[in-house]
Write a new protein. Structure first.
Length: 607
């Protein structure tokens, strides 16, 4: 829905209004419809908001949203805001808008911090309490909306993206997080690549008080593990279907048109099928890089014919991606080596070109319903927690990229980091428990390899991606299922993963989609084996050799041996990871302004 940014601290350290405006400007792509700045240097408070208008798009709902009690910044959507509004109205509360922002502000005035426990949706919130002179920062339980924080010298600077913080404060590289990014392809904790910056953990409320001294407290709002601690009764196929349709209906609440991103896989097909039950004339979009036959496009077209959906298909013109990597890295900020970022970036540009501000996406189903092959490890009775983690690491590791890390100071030592991660895994994982493995992935790779990518790539073009699988009722439904309704018993014919999901929509999906495997000839296209991968060696050569990026390489020199990189023959994925790292560091720490040239996505419409 938007981008938020703020400062809270001593009046002597408040950024100038000019610098604050510049920091807010780094988020303009997230909120092209309106920008607002609350600037109160006497109170040591700056709050900025860049708005993407979706619910109650009138100026009356612009932010920062002020009441007598508070000043609010809100990024996201609250899907139960109408129910909360009605509850407040029954208590005599008057409203001046029709939006969800005012519900949060007035709900806080009525219930205090309990309002955060009542919210259902995706959000990153900053709320300043005038009377208490304190700042509350809150984030939804899945972490769909990012909230970056730098706490330093008795002050807090925060933002939807790191670049807003970097506009005001100097940053450096965290060698340990860098090692994780090159090892796993994403960070494995809430810390950012940029030292001192962290992401507020999902489902957390951070309160910063100044009366009587600087005090920071963090508490739970609601965390995902609660669903697994006390799962409800097992849901049958029809009940699971109804939960998904209800979630999709909530995620379609908007005062602007809503589209669906359709890959032709099970997850996005279920979202599209559920959405079609709510709004039959939905428009679906499919974006492809593939030359010639593409199983994803074929299955997406099959589903649209089956459901009667309007379908737009666009293909990137082969070998025409000059400038993409720089723009993707600038928006992504963290070196998340997931090539799907390029597809998400292109699809968001296509949606923006067709004047859509909201799109439903299928992310999250794998981590809730058992969609990855490594989850089979949880079912092997011969493996203890350490053995499962080691096998998981071997499956996910990017050993080639790690080879270029220097043996620097202890926080960058790879073995030490891996031991810490193994210990963290063993705290969560219970041998034989698939749900405990899912919980671990929800807290790690879902956070950083999936949701961070989705948010940054779609918001790059002012498009809000909504994630119907990541909704509390859906998580609770998945937590109720036995493992054999997620992963089929070994040797059983038919679909092997996300079995319950496929069964729940058996009467809504063509059999070819219900039975479509995640990988293989009819599965997801492997981007590392497409023509796209052939462009990465040239991108890496440019990044490690050009004078333009020398500054970024120097910032990383302490951690990465660039001479060894230049002398080595790398895989496409390794080259992509290192080139993305250089461009990301250049964009956040040196360039800071959005690249002016390149980055346009050259596509042709196929349907």
């Amino acid at each position: 829905m938007c981008g938020i940014f703020g400062f809270f601290g001593p009046a002597t350290r408040v950024p100038s209004q000019r610098n604050a405006t510049h920091a807010l400007g780094t988020l303009s792509h997230r909120g092209p419809d309106a920008q607002g700045l609350y600037y109160n240097p006497e109170r040591g408070l700056v709050l900025g908001h860049a708005r993407l208008s979706i619910i109650d798009p009138e100026a009356r709902s612009d932010q920062p949203f002020e009441t007598a009690e508070s000043v609010l910044l809100f990024n996201g959507e609250i899907y139960n805001y109408r129910q909360l509004r009605a509850e407040l109205q029954a208590m005599g509360q008057k409203f001046r808008t029709m939006g969800d922002s005012e519900v949060i502000a007035l709900g806080y005035a009525r219930w205090g911090c309990e309002i955060f426990k009542r919210l259902r949706g995706m959000y990153a919130i900053a709320l300043y309490d005038r009377k208490g002179d304190c700042l509350h920062l809150a984030r939804d339980e899945f972490g769909i909306k990012p909230l970056c924080i730098l706490e330093r010298n008795g002050e807090i600077v925060f933002g939807s993206e790191v670049k807003a913080i970097a506009a005001l404060r100097s940053l450096s590289i965290d060698g340990g997080v860098l090692a994780d990014c090159l090892s796993w392809g994403f960070q494995m904790e809430s810390a950012s690549l940029y030292a001192g910056v962290r992401y507020l953990k999902p489902g957390k409320l951070l309160t910063i008080e100044r009366s009587g001294g600087w005090r920071v407290q963090e508490q739970d709002i609601w965390t995902l593990r609660e669903a697994y601690r006390a799962p409800g009764p097992e849901l049958g196929s029809r009940a699971l279907h109804d939960v998904m349709v209800s979630s999709v209906a909530d995620h379609m609440i908007a005062d602007v048109p809503v589209a669906v991103a359709l890959s032709g896989g099970l997850d996005s097909s279920i979202v599209a099928a559920a959405a079609a039950e709510v709004k039959p004339d939905l428009q679906a979009f499919t974006f492809t890089l593939t030359e010639g036959r593409d199983p994803e496009v074929e299955h997406a077209a099959l589903l649209c014919r089956h459901l009667g959906l309007r379908h737009t298909v666009a293909r990137v013109l082969p070998h025409k991606i000059e400038g993409w990597l720089r723009h993707v890295a600038w928006h992504l900020e963290e070196p998340v080596a997931n090539a799907n970022a390029l597809l998400s970036y292109g699809l968001s540009a296509l949606l923006n070109d067709h004047r859509f501000k909201v799109v439903l996406v299928g992310e999250g189903a794998d981590e809730l319903f058992g969609g990855y092959p490594w989850y089979r490890l949880a079912q092997d009775p011969a493996l203890n927690s350490a053995a499962v983690f080691d096998a998981y690491w071997q499956r996910r590791a990017q050993k080639g990229s790690v080879a270029f890390l220097r043996p620097c100071r202890p926080d960058g030592a790879r073995n030490e980091r891996l031991e810490m991660q193994r210990a963290a895994f063993e705290k969560v994982f219970i041998p034989g428990s698939l749900n405990s493995f899912l919980a671990y992935d929800q807290e790690t790779q879902l956070q950083f390899s999936q949701l961070l990518r989705v948010d940054r790539m779609y918001m790059a073009h002012g498009v809000e991606a909504r994630v119907p699988f990541l909704y509390r009722p859906v998580l609770q439904a998945s937590a109720s299922l036995p493992s054999d309704r997620m992963l089929a018993p070994r040797g059983m014919p038919g679909r092997q993963e996300k079995v319950a999901l496929a069964e729940a929509f058996a009467d809504r999906l063509p059999n070819a989609i219900r039975q479509r495997p995640k990988f293989g000839e009819q599965g997801t296209v492997n981007l590392w084996e497409s023509w796209l991968s052939s462009s990465f060696p040239n991108e890496l050569e440019r990044c490690v050799s050009s004078a333009e990026l020398r500054g970024a390489r120097q910032l990383l020199e302490e951690f990465v041996d660039w001479r060894a990189v230049r002398a080595s023959r790398l895989s496409a994925k390794e080259g992509f990871a290192l080139a993305l790292l250089i461009e990301a560091v250049d964009g956040v720490m040196l360039r800071r302004a959005q690249p002016e040239s390149g980055g346009q996505v050259p596509w042709e419409l196929l349907a």
